[in-house]
Write a protein that binds this ligand. Sequence first.
Ligand SMILES: *Cc1c(COP(=O)(O)O)cnc(C)c1O
Length: 392
Amino acid sequence: MTQPDRPTAFSTTAIHAGQELDPTTGAVIPPVYFTTTFVQDGIGGFRNGYEYARGGNPTRTALETLLAALEGGDRAFSFASGLAAEDTLLRAIVGPNDHVLMGNDVYGGSHRLVSRAFVPWGVSLSTVNMSDPDAVRAAIRPAATKVVWIETPSNPLMKITDIAAVVEIAHAVGAIVVVDNTFASPYLQQPLSLGADVVVHSTTKYLGGHSDVLGGAVIVRNDTMVGEERLADKVAFLQFGVGAVSGPMDAWLTIRGIKTLALRMERHSSNAQTIAERLLGHPKVSHVYYPGLPDHPGHSIAATQMKAFGGMISLRLADGPTARKFAETTKLFQLAESLGGVESLMCYPAEMTHASVRGTSLEVPESVVRLSVGIEGVDDLLADLLAALDQV
Ligand SMILES: *Cc1c(COP(=O)(O)O)cnc(C)c1O
């Protein structure tokens, strides 16, 4: 599909990479291969390597080829959920006595995965303000730190981490840098091009984009090593050997979502920018957390490492206790966890996504609400927010 001397536009890649037409029928859309096993032409005579669907299924291959192309990676692996992807990746890198360093505001489920599933097996975990390179340098344990885990923009306060700066610090001690690129999507930010080793996604969010399919992905480069072994080979083995793979229907839905990723991210970002600017200075809103606003502390870094600023905004209400009611009052913005779908969602982190960190240093103030700004008409979204602000 690519012409030799020209880079292909992101949206062209999103529609074509890995999506060869079906050779038997000419079907433009690769089929959903609902099959668990594949006939062998004599024992061991596999057609295109397909043997049993945990090891590989053509619909999943189509998605994995697409994901690798979008992130500029060499190989991608698709899983049943974002956390399944993260679990498999971590198994490939860490063991007893190894140290994982995470941002102190990473997705709660990622923190819980390490603290509850890996720490009991002898891995150590610490958290740091990933937006502060000096703090990262101080928190790294030269012989022990194997993984530095970045999420940018972060949830829910939209902090921005300078990916290239953290890569330099982590690589100095041989640690692998993982970026959870769920909030930005590869359309807005490509961590591998900034030096990161691995990208993980909850494809449940922007990649799927329609709140109808759970999934996760790991995207790697071929030259990342874990000891003497290639990380890509270790992840490939564990995807098959542990088995948390995505099913063919899930892979197909995710592919369908990705075709419109570029258009959706443009609209998510422009809607969010409009809403952030309009709510800035509203008497009932004391702070707007959005990296697209010039006074956001990460604005200039975000402007260099992201194409636009994405669809996630958080608001702090001037009268803190009214935030809870505000979250329950909007109509177009539906009250629900998750994000990244075409429809707008409202979340009250203190009691919803971040309930498990109440009372800890990771607690989210009760005055904060989080918006996943959808791609509806921005005037309708604004009217909904302004009407709800009037009522609280
Ligand atoms: C949702 C999410 C995850 C977890 O993904 P699941 O698909 O729910 O397992 C990981 N990281 C981020 C940033 C997320 O938003």
